[in-house]
Design a protein around this ligand. Structure first.
Ligand code: LAC
Length: 370
């Protein structure tokens, strides 16, 4: 299959007006199977659509006479300074979108002054991706294997490459029912570099369900503790969607909570990620940082997520689309666009800094409800 899979080689800045336009443009560049895998959600994609629609249910109050000028987007996580509160979400197999895969993304994300989260199922290796970021911060997202020797190998590689935290994805003990992949009979046409050392194969020629089946199904709080103890790095548990699970993760030693429904790719019929964020943030109560993803397409969405308790947000699909359309520079363009939009919203909402956004109050867009 790989010899027939045509990878983009594009390298250009993108003139983005609206991040939502990227999907249609990328569909013309990414081969159909790869595009379906990236864009698709599970079942009829209700949760995927809800992720973005949900932002319309809460409104930002415009503020005046505040003296705000040139809002600052600077922030940090675990003492790592970032130029904006928006990071790259861990996304698998970016070679599907571009010949340079994650190495181009890492370069583009670094140029935007922010942080890249690498996926276990990357097309490029942890070391090559980190090298392309030239010292810019990286986190490593682990999909636990049943084989702890392999988990340890991945964590060793991540530490060697200078990754500053481990994101443990807990919501993917199997794959959601993804109809685009079934219709396209999608199997990964390219190997996953980090799996080369895995006895279960490097992913090439396999479906995502087969890859998940080769990973761990039975994941518990004890695994979080084990990752924290082995790696010595902060562990961020990804896929948290209720207060109780956030508390259990923190009780097991998590140093960060990552609110996400996996971009609507796992449990269809669940609420939008944005809907569950306030409850989770209340339970976390500032004990550890909260990262949020699923559905962000606008600067106003970033603002709303931060106002509801997120410390950082992550974007995935828009960056992968931009990667196909413009390589590293394309990836940078997405962050620049979100930065531009967020700066406008911050000014008009009277917030000078990222911590001011956290203090902003949103109101329900339904009359009588607040
Ligand atoms: C996915 C995984 C690999 O959603 O993150 O396909």
């Amino acid at each position: 299959m790989s010899e027939h899979y045509k990878q983009s080689q594009a390298e250009q800045k993108l003139d983005i007006i609206d991040l939502n336009d990227l999907e249609e443009q990328a569909a013309k560049v990414i081969p159909v199977g790869g595009f379906g895998y990236i864009a698709g959600g599970s079942e009829d994609e209700w949760t995927l659509r809800e992720n973005t629609v949900a932002f319309d249910r809460r409104n930002i109050i415009p503020r005046v006479l505040t003296g705000v000028e040139n809002p600052s987007l600077d922030t940090s996580i675990f003492g790592i300074p970032l130029k904006l509160p928006i990071i790259m979400a861990p996304c698998a197999a970016q070679g599907l979108a571009h010949a340079r895969g994650e190495t181009a993304t890492a370069e583009g994300v670094a140029a935007a002054g922010t942080l890249m989260a690498q996926s276990t199922y990357s097309s490029a290796s942890i070391a090559d991706t980190a090298a392309a970021a030239k010292g810019s911060p990286q986190f490593f997202q682990i999909y636990l294997s049943k084989d702890w020797k392999f988990n340890e190998y991945l964590m060793d590689e991540a530490k060697r490459a200078g990754c500053k935290a481990i994101i443990a994805t807990a919501d993917s003990t199997l794959g959601g029912y993804r109809e685009a992949d079934l219709r396209n009979n999608f199997q990964f046409p390219l190997p996953m570099a980090n799996l080369q050392a895995f006895s279960g194969g490097n992913g090439q020629g396999k479906s995502i369900s087969e890859i998940y089946a080769a990973a761990a199904q039975r994941i518990t709080t004890a695994d979080i503790r084990r990752i924290a103890e082995y790696s010595g790095l902060p562990v961020i548990v990804k896929g948290i969607q209720c207060a109780e699970d956030a508390e259990r993760a923190i009780g097991a030693g998590a140093s960060g909570i990552y609110v996400s429904n996996h971009g609507g790719r796992q449990l269809n019929g669940g609420p939008a990620s944005f809907e569950v964020l306030p409850d989770v943030a209340r339970a976390v109560n500032g004990k550890v940082p909260v990262i949020f993803d699923s559905g962000i397409r606008r600067g106003s969405h970033v603002f709303k997520a931060l106002a509801c308790g997120a410390d950082l947000v992550a974007v995935g699909r828009p960056v992968v689309y931009a990667l196909a359309l413009g390589g590293a520079q394309g990836a940078t363009s997405v962050f620049e666009q979100l930065k531009k939009e967020l700066s406008i919203v911050m000014q008009l909402a009277g917030t000078q800094t990222v911590s001011d956004i956290r203090g902003a109050k949103l109101v329900s867009s339904y009359p009588g409800e607040n």
